[in-house]
Design a protein around this ligand. Structure first.
Ligand SMILES: [Zn+2]
Length: 98
């Protein structure tokens, strides 16, 4: 049984911020499973640790070679979107208001 829930922002390649160029990080996921059970999912196990005070449960940190997308579309931070918008404005770009 595989009940892993991966982030909807998962993507195959790293994204780069359109303003500052920052690269998105790898996407990690955590899941819990019984200590005596072998992990059979298709992700790579980064770490597997007994949960404190619940040693029958193991917490797994997983990665399957994917990356996270930015929260703000093409930008890593709202500040980058703001800077880009102002630079575009200063360069003469305008929303076509009729
Ligand atoms: Zn940025």
């Amino acid at each position: 049984m595989n009940d892993e829930k991966w982030d909807w922002r998962e993507r195959d390649t790293p994204a780069h911020c359109a303003w500052c160029g920052t690269e998105t990080s790898k996407l990690f996921n955590t899941t819990a499973m019984p200590a005596d059970e072998e992990y059979r999912g298709n992700a790579q196990i980064i770490s597997r640790k007994p949960r404190p005070y619940h040693l029958a449960v193991h917490d797994l940190r997983l990665n399957r070679g994917t990356y996270r997308a930015f929260r703000y579309g093409a930008f890593c931070k709202l500040r980058c979107a703001e800077a880009f918008a102002n630079a575009a404005h200063d360069a003469g770009y305008r929303v076509d208001a009729k």
